[in-house]
Design a protein around this ligand. Structure first.
Ligand code: GCU
Length: 680
């Protein structure tokens, strides 16, 4: 049944004509050394399974080339034949690969080669993707290598199997039965991630329990690391800063205390004995009630370096999160991370990387890029995206996040003049950093389809593909995904693509149009709550963000207001500070404006606000209609579940609009503009 379990590893038979074209090119598979190497064995079985499924005929696995149509997968070290080809592998590093059509001893075939087994793995998966996307392999010459070093999933999974902001069931980590029972799902998880280039996973929630660092849980993490290793995936853990007190019996976790330092060193040694390739720690400190160095009057840098020094001898890294904002801090929340961190530039050890959310508040449907990007020349910064849709309708609404990732990555920080894109901060090229990374907060759970819906799988997929190559467009990745997930049917591809590319803007329109943010209901963040204004922490109230009253709406972050614009490089600051320059998509993020302010469309602000809410509802309705037009192209199981979810979305888009417009109307005292859809 098409229950979505197989993700992008479905390997269902291709169209007959395509199968016939490929078959003569895929008769034989040669992978020398596979008996001795778990990694090579992994590649061999994936290729046999993939090609066998797609072509309905598995290639013969053999030791010698017997004719045309071979695929030889080897490093120059593992095969004299590949060595003799003298292929250009120099610049491809440790994870790159080359796929090339060759003639060896008079026979036509394909070589997949690399400097390492990991490179072969990625090359093998790329080769399968060529087939899945029906790309000709008659004359291939493809090389690939990742632009970003650490390509990680962050699981916000708790040890009791609940998942913070998870909407796809329970955690897939069965902590109770680990390390003895290894669910085959762990292997499929590793396959799916390796296929899109992800090379690390943080197993536990950033709101971490210190228990995850106890011997009992480390043994469980080690068992997972063993399953993942042949797939090039390293294990990382979220570390609780106060662990020396909670599980170490110390009276302090002060970074300057020698006993605390010894405790972390001992802990690191213990971990590396169990997990020799352990990746390192992710830390949320002094944020939303988590303990941290500031509890002892120390800085984030002093806290990060404490852990970094413990990991350093074994090559581990510390990913120190910049998602901080403090209780009772009157400063605009959007400014606080920058204020805390930028003065520390230059103080972090070289195995620390600071992990920054894409925007300055918190994973909203749309935010400007985070002002820290570009602002810390001496500190490597990694990107944190959220794949799970905490603020975009959970797992039930369709919102393809590719366009959002692309929008942020392509944004120009102007930190070193034009062309200083966020991508160039993250890939290290802007300031010449070698430690680089990108993290996605996973949307994975125990649901049969992993992510709560078929379309949510695309968000995991596009995250991995863009982590490997941040220059990919959301559109080309969506096209690949549709082909792999459904079929090559042109109608399906056209309409599917339109749906995906329209979906995120639709969510922005019916939840938080025109640069508004954080209007979701309290706590769970599902559904509208713009009227909420009585929560204890001011910066948790939607009213703190929209600031609507009888006269106008929006958060003034110009020099007349919080001056958050000044945290951006001068040309960006000038653009954001300009009412006409900022663009209507971010207008109310940076400006407080009167209701009759004329926006670019010619409407006044009130009219535009209502127009955008209506537009979001119309698009959600259209998604539903478009999907129904594809009924004949999709298997009943996935068609039906998606149709039901799209009906939920269309209904709830109206809920969002009607509640929000009614509320803002009650504040503004304005009438609905002529022609707007009436609340139903
Ligand atoms: C958001 C989210 C929290 C999470 C936090 C974080 O605020 O709602 O659940 O812990 O982000 O990223 O640390």
């Amino acid at each position: 049944a098409e229950d979505g379990y197989d993700l992008w590893l479905r390997y269902q038979p291709l169209e007959q004509e395509t199968r016939h074209q490929y078959r003569p090119q895929l008769r034989q598979l040669l992978i020398p050394g596979r008996e001795q190497s778990p990694a090579l064995n992994t590649i061999a079985s994936e290729l046999v399974r993939g090609v066998g499924g797609l072509l309905e005929r598995a290639p013969a696995v053999s030791e010698h080339i017997r004719g045309d149509g071979f695929v030889l997968v080897a490093t120059p070290q593992s095969s004299p034949l590949v060595r003799a080809e003298k292929l250009p592998l120099k610049g491809l590093g440790d994870e790159g690969y080359l796929i090339r059509s060759v003639k060896i001893r008079g026979h036509q075939g394909t070589v997949i080669t690399a400097n390492s087994e990991r490179g072969l793995l990625y090359g093998g998966f790329h080769f399968l993707r060529l087939l899945q996307t029906r790309t000709s392999i008659a004359e291939v010459d493809i090389s690939g290598q990742p632009r970003i070093g650490l390509r990680l999933l962050n699981h916000w999974d708790n040890l009791d199997r609940t998942v913070e902001r998870g909407y796809a069931g329970q955690s897939i980590w069965d902590w109770w039965n680990l390390p003895d029972v290894l669910d085959p799902r762990y292997t499929d998880y590793a396959r799916a991630n390796a296929a899109i280039g992800i090379n690390g996973t943080v197993l536990n929630n950033v709101n971490a329990s210190a228990d995850s660092l106890t011997p009992r849980y480390l043994a469980k993490a080690a068992a997972l690391a063993e399953v993942f290793r042949p797939y090039g995936i390293r294990v990382y853990l979220s570390a609780r800063f106060s662990a020396p007190v909670e599980i170490g019996g110390l009276t302090t976790a002060d970074p300057k205390d020698p006993e605390v330092q010894r405790w972390w060193q001992g802990k690191a040694d213990e971990i590396y004995r169990l997990i020799p390739d352990f990746g390192g720690f992710l830390v949320k400190a002094n944020s939303e009630g988590q303990p941290g160095p500031q509890d002892y009057g120390r800085s984030h840098a002093e806290g990060a370096n404490l852990l970094a020094r413990a990991l350093k001898p074994r090559g581990g890294v510390v990913m120190w999160r910049a998602f901080v904002y403090q209780q009772d801090n009157p400063e605009d929340r959007a400014k606080q991370a920058y204020s805390d961190f930028v003065p520390l530039d230059g103080q972090f050890d070289d195995n620390v990387i600071v992990q920054v959310k894409n925007g300055p508040i918190d994973f909203q449907p749309r935010e400007p890029f985070h002002p820290m990007f570009g602002a810390m020349a001496k500190t490597p910064l990694m990107m944190e995206f959220q794949i799970t849709k905490e603020y975009l309708g959970f797992a039930s609404h369709l919102a393809y996040l590719g366009p959002m990732y692309e929008e942020v990555l392509k944004a120009d920080t102007f930190a070193r003049g034009a062309g200083s894109t966020v991508t160039r901060v993250v890939d290290g090229s802007l300031y010449g950093h070698r430690l680089t990374g990108i993290a996605g907060v996973a949307n994975i759970g125990s649901d049969r389809d992993w992510s709560g819906s078929t379309f949510n799988q695309a968000n995991w997929y596009v995250f991995g593909r863009m982590a490997w190559n941040p220059d990919l467009s959301a559109e080309e990745v969506a096209r690949d995904w549709l082909k792999i997930t459904f079929s090559n049917n042109p109608t399906l591809l056209d309409i599917g693509l339109e749906m995906m590319l329209a979906s995120r803007q639709a969510v922005v329109d019916y939840m938080t149009p025109l640069g508004l943010a954080h209007l979701m209901a309290t706590g769970h963040h599902y559904g509208p709550g713009p009227w909420v204004s009585d929560l204890a922490r001011p910066e948790w109230n939607p009213a703190y963000y929209h600031r609507a009253d009888r006269n106008g709406i929006g958060f003034d972050r110009t020099g007349d207001g919080s001056n958050a614009v000044a945290q951006y490089a001068a040309p960006v600051a000038a653009r954001f500070a300009s009412r006409s320059g900022v663009g209507d998509d971010l207008l109310l993020w940076f400006h407080h404006l009167p209701w009759d302010y004329p926006v670019a469309s010619g409407r006044d602000l009130w009219g535009e606000l209502v127009y955008r809410y209506d537009r979001g509802v119309a698009t959600a309705q259209n998604l539903q209609d478009q999907w129904h037009s594809l009924e004949n192209h999709i298997d009943p199981e996935r068609f039906d579940k998606t149709a039901r979810l799209l009906a939920v979305q269309a209904r709830e888009a109206k809920w969002w609009r009607d509640a929000s417009v009614a509320y803002f109307q009650s504040v503004s005292g304005r009438r609905l503009p002529a022609g707007s859809a009436q609340p139903s």
